[in-house]
Design a protein around this ligand. Structure first.
Ligand code: GNR
Ligand code: NI
Length: 172
């Protein structure tokens, strides 16, 4: 397993639409292992493959609070089956949009169909942070970042800040 570099905005790769996985094999499992290690080392609760530059529809997540009780989750080719009409707001952050946070509202519950680490079909009924996080991650598969939901002004201010930090190699 190895820790990979997480791509940050602005980066065209992050805007790419990820491709469905045809088979959950050794290569995909190794990718999921690297993604999980990369996510943990960055103290994130979720990571999409495209964030380490791989355009495959794969997500890893762990929303457990206790560091000693890890609860890794793996999602391959996830599809949202049902979305609640009720919405809830969370302060979101993104490892690809470092040090920026904003309140984003999304459907408060959803049902997700996916393949697990072993390629078995699963269904997850999610609510709370789990629902928010899976929707945030699934946006990455479509090349969408949470800042896309902000006003043009707020979004451009964030991108400007990130570009500046990149060019000076200072992370604020
Ligand atoms: O670590 C993360 N925290 C987070 C907090 C609120 C809503 C979504 C997230 S996901 C984010 C990791 C990440 O960027 N995943 O793509
Ligand atoms: Ni993200």
């Amino acid at each position: 397993m190895s820790v990979k570099t997480i791509l940050t905005e602005p980066n065209k790769l992050l805007r790419q639409i990820s491709k469905p996985v045809t088979k959950v094999g050794k290569e995909e499992q190794l990718l999921m292992d690297d993604m999980l290690e990369t996510m943990y080392s960055a103290n994130g609760i979720g990571l999409a493959a495209i964030q380490i530059g791989v355009p495959k529809r794969i997500i890893v997540m762990d929303i457990s609070k206790d560091e000693n009780k890890k609860e890794p989750r793996y999602f391959v080719n996830p599809l949202i089956k049902n979305k609640d009409t009720l919405r809830s707001t969370y302060e979101e952050g993104c490892l690809s949009v470092p040090n920026q946070f904003a309140e984003i509202d999304r459907p408060s519950k959803c049902e997700v169909e996916y393949l697990d680490y072993y390629g078995n079909e699963k269904i997850l009924k999610a609510e709370g942070l789990l629902a928010t996080c899976i929707q945030h991650e699934m946006d990455h598969l479509e090349g969408i970042l949470f800042i896309d939901y902000l006003s043009k002004l707020k979004k451009s201010m964030i991108i400007k800040k990130l570009s500046k930090n990149k060019s000076t190699r200072i992370v604020v």
